[in-house]
Write a protein that binds this ligand. Sequence first.
Ligand SMILES: Nc1ncnc2c1ncn2[C@@H]1O[C@H](COP(=O)(O)OP(=O)(O)OP(=O)(O)O)[C@@H](O)[C@H]1O
Ligand SMILES: [Mg+2]
Length: 241
Amino acid sequence: MPRLEVHNLAKRFGGAVVLDGVTFDVDAGVVLGIIGPNGSGKTTMVNVLNGAYRPTKGTVSLDGIRIDGRPPHQLIRMGVSRTFQNPRVFRSLTLLDNLLMVTEGVGHQAKAGSQARELLEFVGLGDYSSAVASELSGGQKKLAEFARALMTSPKLVLMDEPFAGIHPTIEEILMARIRETCDSQKITYLVVSHEVSELVSLSDEFLCLAEGRVLASGAPGDVSTDPAVMEAYLGAPTASA
Ligand SMILES: Nc1ncnc2c1ncn2[C@@H]1O[C@H](COP(=O)(O)OP(=O)(O)OP(=O)(O)O)[C@@H](O)[C@H]1O
Ligand SMILES: [Mg+2]
């Protein structure tokens, strides 16, 4: 059984059709890279998959259990966590408290403190656990968000533009840690990115969205060089990849 099954997913805002019949599945322990021109529906799909938006149509299943329509706090408990295109940290809290925020109600409270410290260490932010989040660089915030996403022992982590505007050193750490946790904990990752060459080297599988539909899916090298995919990018006036 696939870890994540997305079937005929649609999302409309008023008259605007943003996702239109999206179907794919991903197994446990796989990094699925998601590309697509600006406005193709990538972030909207992440928002539907983590429960921030209700789908207009279609189903989403995690390990065979329907999860569509459930709110984010329930999905976090069921093993779905995410990071944001623009990192969202609680600016006035320390890094440690930022990580501890998500474990409320998830259990393992006694272990949470040491787990948070270990995860900060794991992403290279061990020295910053008592720093206030507003003092971090953009890239460090992305690392902190990633560590926070791992706090709840996820089965599925949705990452929206994790590599955008970050220093190559931080990008390297992030990519290595994604790969490592994917392989060792069988976490499934959906990674949305415009950094196509980085994404090709990280991913096991690829999917390209265009105008809310799956334009191509398969091996990263094949999808990224697919003529239809290149045309979708070139045809988009603001495409950045
Ligand atoms: N809450 C909303 N209400 C109305 N329209 C929306 C809403 N959210 C997104 N859209 C529209 O849906 C389309 C897809 O947006 P989305 O942010 O999902 O694209 P994206 O693929 O993530 O783009 P980018 O690469 O620029 O991040 C856009 O036309 C956007 O204006
Ligand atoms: Mg987006």
